[in-house]
Design a protein around this ligand. Structure first.
Ligand SMILES: C[S@@+](CC[C@H](N)C(=O)[O-])C[C@H]1O[C@@H](n2cnc3c(N)ncnc32)[C@H](O)[C@@H]1O
Length: 284
């Protein structure tokens, strides 16, 4: 069943203040896209949002859904930078939804709910989804050969809730090469169990198969190094805030998050993990 509400609470509901200490100012909790390696994390996060909004062919009059909207960086960008008048975010985490709705961004509404079962009362013209699909399939389901069917159900639902002509700007973290080194395996297993329970990074080929027959792949970009640089910057900011984090939430949380981010940097460096962005067009 992928990540449950309880699993997602483990990953995202520690404290909004804690994540604010080491993410960018808009609290994007996914890879940025760097135009050059000297660019700031803040600027690179805006690039990511621009690229994916262009993939989704976002224009002001379109009704746009962000699936797995986190702390609302994307819906806020859609409303304030792209002039979207009706942007809806959905997240499984109540703490995240409360944070987004408390900001009262004109044209933005955030639902605390499960995308898989939520009944939307109106259709959408465009969809964004940034690193939410890794919560859909558990390691056990993948081992049972169910991954592609689970991802296909996601795209089927995207088709059902959109109008003809809709496009998706999709970003997914990916599982790539299989780790062979014991310590690497141990660290990656620990992150999956302790930081992101219930989830599993998809493989790119699974996503490409699963879009059929609902969406057409228009373009795909592989951006492994961008996630390595993003997680490296998160780690740098986390370390800068060691004293504050240890004082407020205890040393264990700091050490756990340091291990998790160090593991991410290592996994992107060694090609165990990767990142992709896709422009998908609805098959009408
Ligand atoms: C890694 S965060 C990414 C957040 C945001 N897209 C960003 O770029 O910062 C994953 C998000 O997916 C959401 N999510 C996971 N499973 C979900 C589900 N079944 N329905 C709705 N949201 C879900 C989580 O609550 C969280 O907001």
């Amino acid at each position: 069943m992928g990540s449950t509400k309880a699993d997602v609470e483990v990953s995202y509901d520690i404290s909004n203040e804690f994540f604010r200490l080491w993410l960018d100012e808009r609290m994007n909790y996914t890879s940025a896209v760097y135009e050059n390696w000297d660019q700031s994390l803040e600027a690179a996060q805006l690039n990511k949002l621009r690229i994916l909004s262009d993939f989704a062919k976002v224009t002001p009059e379109k009704r746009v859904l962000d699936i797995g909207c986190g702390w609302g960086a994307c819906v806020e960008y859609l409303a304030t930078t792209r002039g979207v008048k009706d942007a809806v975010g959905i997240t499984l985490s109540s703490a995240m939804a409360e944070e987004v709705n408390a900001r009262k961004i004109p044209g933005v509404n955030c639902i605390a709910g499960d995308f898989r079962s939520w009944k939307f009362d109106q259709k959408f013209d465009a969809i964004m989804s940034i690193c939410m699909m890794d919560h859909l399939c558990s390691p056990e389901e993948a081992r049972a050969g169910k991954a592609v069917d689970i991802y296909r159900d996601f795209f089927k639902k995207c088709h059902e809730i959109t109008n003809p002509g809709a496009q998706i700007g999709l970003q997914t973290i990916l599982r790539n090469r299989t780790p062979r080194r014991g310590k690497d395996l141990e660290d990656i297993f620990w992150v999956t169990k302790e930081i992101f329970p219930g989830g599993l990074n998809p493989r790119m080929e699974e996503i490409i198969i699963a879009v059929n027959p609902y969406f057409e792949v228009m373009q795909v970009h592989s951006r492994r190094e961008h996630y390595q640089k993003t997680t490296g910057e998160w780690l740098r900011r986390l370390n800068l805030n060691e004293k504050t984090i240890c004082a407020k939430w205890g040393e264990k949380l700091f050490l756990d998050y340091r291990r998790y981010l160090e593991t991410c940097v290592m996994a992107f460096d060694k090609h165990y993990s990767s990142l992709a962005q896709y422009e998908l067009r609805r098959v009408d």
